[in-house]
Design a protein around this ligand. Structure first.
Ligand SMILES: NC(=O)c1ccc[n+]([C@@H]2O[C@H](COP(=O)([O-])OP(=O)(O)OC[C@H]3O[C@@H](n4cnc5c(N)ncnc54)[C@H](O)[C@@H]3O)[C@@H](O)[C@H]2O)c1
Length: 333
Protein backbone atom coordinates (compact mmCIF):
# COMPACT_ATOMS: atom_id res chain seq x y z
CA UNK A 1 0.00 0.00 0.00
CA UNK A 2 1.35 3.45 -0.96
CA UNK A 3 0.92 6.02 1.76
CA UNK A 4 1.70 9.72 1.33
CA UNK A 5 2.28 11.78 4.47
CA UNK A 6 2.30 15.58 4.27
CA UNK A 7 4.47 17.40 6.80
CA UNK A 8 6.77 14.35 6.88
CA UNK A 9 9.69 16.31 8.38
CA UNK A 10 7.43 17.43 11.22
CA UNK A 11 6.88 15.78 14.57
CA UNK A 12 3.77 13.70 13.94
CA UNK A 13 4.40 13.11 10.22
CA UNK A 14 7.95 11.80 10.69
CA UNK A 15 7.06 9.68 13.73
CA UNK A 16 4.24 8.13 11.72
CA UNK A 17 6.49 7.57 8.68
CA UNK A 18 9.13 5.75 10.76
CA UNK A 19 6.46 3.58 12.38
CA UNK A 20 4.56 2.70 9.18
CA UNK A 21 7.78 1.96 7.29
CA UNK A 22 8.61 -0.67 9.93
CA UNK A 23 5.20 -2.21 9.26
CA UNK A 24 6.08 -2.54 5.54
CA UNK A 25 4.02 0.24 4.00
CA UNK A 26 5.56 2.21 1.07
CA UNK A 27 5.96 5.69 2.42
CA UNK A 28 6.50 9.00 0.69
CA UNK A 29 5.79 12.52 1.80
CA UNK A 30 6.50 16.22 1.49
CA UNK A 31 7.46 19.16 3.65
CA UNK A 32 8.49 22.79 3.14
CA UNK A 33 10.46 23.12 6.42
CA UNK A 34 8.45 25.93 7.94
CA UNK A 35 8.66 23.59 10.92
CA UNK A 36 10.11 20.14 11.51
CA UNK A 37 13.74 19.03 11.45
CA UNK A 38 15.75 17.65 8.55
CA UNK A 39 17.05 14.82 10.72
CA UNK A 40 13.45 13.63 11.18
CA UNK A 41 13.69 12.35 7.60
CA UNK A 42 15.13 8.97 6.58
CA UNK A 43 16.33 7.30 3.40
CA UNK A 44 13.66 4.68 4.08
CA UNK A 45 10.99 6.94 2.64
CA UNK A 46 10.78 9.11 -0.45
CA UNK A 47 10.88 12.80 0.32
CA UNK A 48 9.57 15.72 -1.77
CA UNK A 49 10.64 19.21 -0.78
CA UNK A 50 7.34 20.72 -1.94
CA UNK A 51 4.93 23.23 -0.46
CA UNK A 52 1.40 21.82 -0.18
CA UNK A 53 0.12 25.02 -1.83
CA UNK A 54 2.02 24.08 -5.02
CA UNK A 55 -0.85 22.12 -6.56
CA UNK A 56 0.91 20.87 -9.69
CA UNK A 57 3.94 19.52 -7.84
CA UNK A 58 1.65 17.90 -5.28
CA UNK A 59 -0.37 16.30 -8.07
CA UNK A 60 2.79 14.71 -9.51
CA UNK A 61 4.08 13.64 -6.08
CA UNK A 62 0.76 12.01 -5.17
CA UNK A 63 0.59 9.74 -8.25
CA UNK A 64 -0.28 6.13 -7.28
CA UNK A 65 -1.08 7.09 -3.67
CA UNK A 66 -3.63 4.82 -1.98
CA UNK A 67 -3.96 6.67 1.31
CA UNK A 68 -3.12 10.31 2.06
CA UNK A 69 -2.38 11.20 5.68
CA UNK A 70 -2.45 14.97 5.89
CA UNK A 71 -0.31 16.22 8.79
CA UNK A 72 1.24 19.36 7.27
CA UNK A 73 0.10 22.54 8.97
CA UNK A 74 1.30 25.63 10.72
CA UNK A 75 -0.14 24.37 14.00
CA UNK A 76 0.25 27.68 15.80
CA UNK A 77 -2.90 28.23 17.79
CA UNK A 78 -1.68 31.06 20.07
CA UNK A 79 0.26 32.76 17.29
CA UNK A 80 -2.67 32.59 14.89
CA UNK A 81 -4.27 35.74 16.32
CA UNK A 82 -1.04 37.66 15.60
CA UNK A 83 0.01 36.02 12.30
CA UNK A 84 -3.38 34.96 10.91
CA UNK A 85 -2.46 35.24 7.24
CA UNK A 86 0.58 33.00 7.51
CA UNK A 87 -1.10 30.44 9.77
CA UNK A 88 -4.36 30.09 7.84
CA UNK A 89 -2.69 29.97 4.41
CA UNK A 90 -0.63 26.96 5.45
CA UNK A 91 -3.68 25.25 6.88
CA UNK A 92 -6.62 26.06 4.64
CA UNK A 93 -5.04 26.78 1.24
CA UNK A 94 -2.38 24.10 1.76
CA UNK A 95 -5.03 21.50 2.68
CA UNK A 96 -7.40 22.26 -0.19
CA UNK A 97 -4.52 22.07 -2.66
CA UNK A 98 -3.40 18.74 -1.14
CA UNK A 99 -6.91 17.25 -1.15
CA UNK A 100 -7.47 18.30 -4.75
CA UNK A 101 -4.14 16.78 -5.84
CA UNK A 102 -4.99 13.54 -4.01
CA UNK A 103 -8.55 13.26 -5.34
CA UNK A 104 -7.38 13.94 -8.91
CA UNK A 105 -5.10 10.89 -8.45
CA UNK A 106 -8.03 8.73 -7.30
CA UNK A 107 -6.78 8.32 -3.74
CA UNK A 108 -8.86 5.76 -1.81
CA UNK A 109 -8.77 7.38 1.61
CA UNK A 110 -7.76 10.70 3.20
CA UNK A 111 -6.93 10.83 6.91
CA UNK A 112 -6.90 14.41 8.14
CA UNK A 113 -5.27 15.48 11.41
CA UNK A 114 -7.53 18.22 12.72
CA UNK A 115 -7.24 19.74 16.19
CA UNK A 116 -9.05 20.09 19.48
CA UNK A 117 -9.10 23.82 18.65
CA UNK A 118 -12.25 22.87 16.71
CA UNK A 119 -14.17 22.80 20.02
CA UNK A 120 -13.11 26.16 21.51
CA UNK A 121 -14.26 26.79 25.12
CA UNK A 122 -17.26 24.47 25.45
CA UNK A 123 -17.97 22.18 28.42
CA UNK A 124 -15.22 19.63 28.67
CA UNK A 125 -14.40 16.85 27.99
CA UNK A 126 -15.12 17.65 24.35
CA UNK A 127 -17.03 15.00 22.44
CA UNK A 128 -17.26 14.60 18.69
CA UNK A 129 -21.02 15.27 18.60
CA UNK A 130 -20.50 18.84 19.87
CA UNK A 131 -20.88 21.72 17.44
CA UNK A 132 -17.58 23.18 16.33
CA UNK A 133 -16.87 26.52 18.01
CA UNK A 134 -13.28 27.50 17.22
CA UNK A 135 -12.16 30.74 18.82
CA UNK A 136 -9.02 31.64 16.88
CA UNK A 137 -7.91 31.67 13.22
CA UNK A 138 -6.04 28.37 13.67
CA UNK A 139 -9.17 26.55 14.84
CA UNK A 140 -11.33 28.29 12.23
CA UNK A 141 -8.96 27.19 9.43
CA UNK A 142 -8.95 23.60 10.77
CA UNK A 143 -12.76 23.47 10.82
CA UNK A 144 -13.04 25.05 7.34
CA UNK A 145 -10.61 22.39 6.08
CA UNK A 146 -12.72 19.61 7.60
CA UNK A 147 -15.78 21.03 5.85
CA UNK A 148 -14.08 21.15 2.44
CA UNK A 149 -12.93 17.54 2.89
CA UNK A 150 -16.44 16.35 3.72
CA UNK A 151 -17.94 18.42 0.93
CA UNK A 152 -15.57 17.00 -1.71
CA UNK A 153 -16.28 13.44 -0.54
CA UNK A 154 -19.97 13.92 -1.30
CA UNK A 155 -19.07 14.46 -4.95
CA UNK A 156 -15.96 12.38 -5.50
CA UNK A 157 -15.50 8.77 -4.56
CA UNK A 158 -13.08 8.55 -1.64
CA UNK A 159 -13.21 7.66 2.03
CA UNK A 160 -12.03 9.87 4.91
CA UNK A 161 -11.46 9.93 8.64
CA UNK A 162 -10.87 13.11 10.62
CA UNK A 163 -8.72 12.48 13.68
CA UNK A 164 -8.57 15.07 16.45
CA UNK A 165 -5.32 15.02 18.43
CA UNK A 166 -4.54 17.27 21.36
CA UNK A 167 -1.17 18.34 22.80
CA UNK A 168 1.01 15.57 21.43
CA UNK A 169 4.48 15.23 22.96
CA UNK A 170 7.55 13.09 22.38
CA UNK A 171 10.79 12.73 20.44
CA UNK A 172 11.11 14.54 17.07
CA UNK A 173 8.99 17.47 18.30
CA UNK A 174 10.49 20.91 17.62
CA UNK A 175 11.67 22.15 21.01
CA UNK A 176 13.38 25.40 19.93
CA UNK A 177 10.21 26.97 18.56
CA UNK A 178 9.14 29.84 20.86
CA UNK A 179 5.55 29.84 19.58
CA UNK A 180 4.36 26.33 20.43
CA UNK A 181 4.90 22.94 22.15
CA UNK A 182 4.76 23.92 25.81
CA UNK A 183 6.30 20.79 27.34
CA UNK A 184 9.26 20.75 24.94
CA UNK A 185 9.81 24.49 25.51
CA UNK A 186 9.86 23.97 29.31
CA UNK A 187 12.33 21.07 29.03
CA UNK A 188 14.60 22.87 26.56
CA UNK A 189 14.65 26.01 28.71
CA UNK A 190 15.44 24.04 31.86
CA UNK A 191 18.28 22.28 30.07
CA UNK A 192 19.52 25.77 29.19
CA UNK A 193 19.23 26.56 32.92
CA UNK A 194 16.26 28.90 32.41
CA UNK A 195 12.91 28.67 34.24
CA UNK A 196 9.54 27.80 32.70
CA UNK A 197 7.65 30.78 31.27
CA UNK A 198 3.91 30.52 31.94
CA UNK A 199 1.12 32.66 30.45
CA UNK A 200 -1.54 33.74 32.98
CA UNK A 201 -1.64 32.11 36.42
CA UNK A 202 -0.86 28.60 35.11
CA UNK A 203 -4.21 27.16 36.20
CA UNK A 204 -5.22 26.41 32.61
CA UNK A 205 -5.52 22.63 32.18
CA UNK A 206 -4.67 20.21 29.39
CA UNK A 207 -4.14 16.50 28.63
CA UNK A 208 -0.93 15.45 26.92
CA UNK A 209 -0.63 12.54 24.49
CA UNK A 210 2.55 10.59 23.90
CA UNK A 211 3.08 10.48 20.15
CA UNK A 212 2.95 6.66 19.90
CA UNK A 213 -0.55 6.68 21.39
CA UNK A 214 -1.66 8.89 18.46
CA UNK A 215 0.24 6.95 15.81
CA UNK A 216 -1.52 3.79 16.90
CA UNK A 217 -4.88 5.47 16.15
CA UNK A 218 -3.76 6.82 12.78
CA UNK A 219 -2.49 3.41 11.67
CA UNK A 220 -5.72 1.79 12.83
CA UNK A 221 -7.76 4.33 10.79
CA UNK A 222 -6.02 3.24 7.55
CA UNK A 223 -7.98 -0.04 7.46
CA UNK A 224 -10.66 0.17 10.13
CA UNK A 225 -14.01 0.25 8.32
CA UNK A 226 -15.83 1.64 11.34
CA UNK A 227 -13.67 4.76 11.17
CA UNK A 228 -15.01 5.52 7.68
CA UNK A 229 -16.37 9.09 7.47
CA UNK A 230 -16.04 9.58 11.23
CA UNK A 231 -14.51 12.34 13.34
CA UNK A 232 -12.60 10.78 16.26
CA UNK A 233 -10.71 12.39 19.14
CA UNK A 234 -7.40 10.64 19.74
CA UNK A 235 -5.00 10.57 22.69
CA UNK A 236 -5.51 10.05 26.42
CA UNK A 237 -8.14 11.75 28.53
CA UNK A 238 -6.91 10.39 31.87
CA UNK A 239 -4.33 12.83 33.27
CA UNK A 240 -5.84 16.34 33.04
CA UNK A 241 -3.29 18.69 34.60
CA UNK A 242 -2.59 22.39 35.00
CA UNK A 243 0.31 24.10 33.27
CA UNK A 244 1.73 24.84 36.75
CA UNK A 245 1.75 21.11 37.52
CA UNK A 246 3.32 20.38 34.14
CA UNK A 247 6.10 22.90 34.81
CA UNK A 248 6.69 21.30 38.25
CA UNK A 249 6.96 17.86 36.66
CA UNK A 250 9.44 19.18 34.08
CA UNK A 251 11.50 20.77 36.90
CA UNK A 252 11.61 17.39 38.68
CA UNK A 253 12.71 15.47 35.59
CA UNK A 254 15.42 18.01 34.72
CA UNK A 255 16.48 18.61 38.38
CA UNK A 256 15.95 22.32 37.81
CA UNK A 257 15.36 24.42 40.94
CA UNK A 258 14.44 27.88 39.55
CA UNK A 259 10.99 29.46 40.09
CA UNK A 260 8.60 29.60 37.13
CA UNK A 261 8.13 33.04 35.54
CA UNK A 262 4.63 34.39 34.84
CA UNK A 263 3.52 36.67 31.97
CA UNK A 264 0.12 38.06 31.00
CA UNK A 265 -2.25 35.45 29.62
CA UNK A 266 -2.48 35.12 25.85
CA UNK A 267 -5.62 36.39 24.10
CA UNK A 268 -8.15 33.70 23.19
CA UNK A 269 -6.34 30.93 25.08
CA UNK A 270 -8.88 28.27 26.12
CA UNK A 271 -8.77 27.74 29.90
CA UNK A 272 -9.81 24.09 30.23
CA UNK A 273 -9.39 21.81 27.24
CA UNK A 274 -9.58 18.07 27.13
CA UNK A 275 -11.24 15.62 24.77
CA UNK A 276 -13.15 12.47 25.58
CA UNK A 277 -11.44 9.41 24.07
CA UNK A 278 -14.51 7.17 24.41
CA UNK A 279 -15.21 7.08 20.68
CA UNK A 280 -11.57 6.12 19.96
CA UNK A 281 -11.83 3.38 22.60
CA UNK A 282 -14.93 2.03 20.90
CA UNK A 283 -13.98 2.36 17.22
CA UNK A 284 -10.17 2.24 17.19
CA UNK A 285 -9.76 -0.03 20.23
CA UNK A 286 -7.74 2.77 21.81
CA UNK A 287 -5.82 2.24 25.05
CA UNK A 288 -3.40 4.70 26.62
CA UNK A 289 0.01 3.07 26.76
CA UNK A 290 2.19 5.94 27.98
CA UNK A 291 1.64 7.84 31.23
CA UNK A 292 2.36 11.55 31.46
CA UNK A 293 5.50 10.92 33.54
CA UNK A 294 6.83 8.50 30.92
CA UNK A 295 5.98 11.01 28.17
CA UNK A 296 7.94 13.77 29.93
CA UNK A 297 10.95 11.49 30.51
CA UNK A 298 11.06 10.25 26.91
CA UNK A 299 10.77 13.81 25.56
CA UNK A 300 13.50 14.97 27.95
CA UNK A 301 15.82 12.11 26.84
CA UNK A 302 15.37 13.16 23.21
CA UNK A 303 16.09 16.86 23.80
CA UNK A 304 19.08 16.06 26.00
CA UNK A 305 20.53 13.69 23.43
CA UNK A 306 19.98 16.03 20.48
CA UNK A 307 21.19 19.01 22.51
CA UNK A 308 19.37 21.94 24.11
CA UNK A 309 19.18 24.96 21.79
CA UNK A 310 18.43 28.65 21.82
CA UNK A 311 14.99 29.49 20.41
CA UNK A 312 14.58 30.24 16.73
CA UNK A 313 12.18 33.13 15.92
CA UNK A 314 11.72 32.15 12.28
CA UNK A 315 8.11 33.35 11.91
CA UNK A 316 7.17 37.00 11.45
CA UNK A 317 4.65 38.57 13.77
CA UNK A 318 2.13 40.16 11.38
CA UNK A 319 0.38 42.15 14.11
CA UNK A 320 2.51 43.80 16.77
CA UNK A 321 0.48 45.81 19.26
CA UNK A 322 -0.18 45.94 23.00
CA UNK A 323 -1.94 42.57 22.92
CA UNK A 324 1.05 40.79 21.36
CA UNK A 325 2.86 38.78 24.07
CA UNK A 326 6.06 40.50 25.28
CA UNK A 327 7.75 37.11 25.20
CA UNK A 328 7.48 37.10 21.40
CA UNK A 329 7.88 40.82 20.68
CA UNK A 330 11.02 41.04 22.83
CA UNK A 331 12.20 37.48 22.11
CA UNK A 332 12.26 36.63 25.82
CA UNK A 333 11.78 32.86 25.51
N1 LIG B 1 1.37 18.48 18.05
C1 LIG B 1 0.19 18.65 18.59
O1 LIG B 1 0.07 18.81 19.79
C2 LIG B 1 -1.06 18.66 17.72
C3 LIG B 1 -2.29 18.74 18.37
C4 LIG B 1 -3.44 18.77 17.59
C5 LIG B 1 -3.35 18.70 16.22
N2 LIG B 1 -2.13 18.61 15.63
C6 LIG B 1 -2.09 18.55 14.17
O2 LIG B 1 -1.25 17.49 13.78
C7 LIG B 1 -0.54 17.85 12.61
C8 LIG B 1 0.95 17.69 12.81
O3 LIG B 1 1.38 18.55 13.85
P1 LIG B 1 2.88 18.53 14.38
O4 LIG B 1 2.83 18.79 15.82
O5 LIG B 1 3.57 17.34 13.86
O6 LIG B 1 3.46 19.84 13.69
P2 LIG B 1 4.90 20.06 13.03
O7 LIG B 1 5.06 21.53 12.86
O8 LIG B 1 5.95 19.33 13.79
O9 LIG B 1 4.73 19.37 11.62
C9 LIG B 1 4.02 19.98 10.57
C10 LIG B 1 4.92 19.98 9.37
O10 LIG B 1 4.19 20.56 8.29
C11 LIG B 1 5.09 21.32 7.52
N3 LIG B 1 4.34 22.31 6.76
C12 LIG B 1 3.65 23.39 7.21
N4 LIG B 1 3.07 24.04 6.20
C13 LIG B 1 3.40 23.37 5.07
C14 LIG B 1 3.12 23.56 3.70
N5 LIG B 1 2.39 24.59 3.27
N6 LIG B 1 3.64 22.68 2.80
C15 LIG B 1 4.41 21.64 3.22
N7 LIG B 1 4.72 21.40 4.50
C16 LIG B 1 4.21 22.26 5.42
C17 LIG B 1 6.05 21.93 8.52
O11 LIG B 1 7.28 22.30 7.93
C18 LIG B 1 6.19 20.82 9.56
O12 LIG B 1 7.34 20.03 9.32
C19 LIG B 1 -0.95 19.29 12.27
O13 LIG B 1 -1.98 19.24 11.32
C20 LIG B 1 -1.48 19.80 13.58
O14 LIG B 1 -2.44 20.80 13.39
C21 LIG B 1 -0.98 18.60 16.35
Amino acid sequence: MNIFITGIAGFLGSSLAHHLKKNKYNISGNDNFIGGYEDNLSNDFKFYNIDCCDFQSMQRALEKTDVLIHCAATAYEGLSVFSPSFVTKNIFEASVSTFSAAISNNVKKIIYCSSMARYGSQNYPFTEDMKTKPQDPYGIAKVATEEVLRNLSEIHDFDWTILVPHNIVGPRQKYDDPYRNVMSIFLNRMLLNKPAIIYGDGSQKRCFSYVDDCIYCIEEAIHNIESSKEIINIGPDEEFISINELADKCSNVTNFNGQHIYYEDRPQEVKFATCSSNKARKILNYKTRFSLDESISLTYDYIKKRGAREFDYNINLEIKNKKTPQTWKKKII
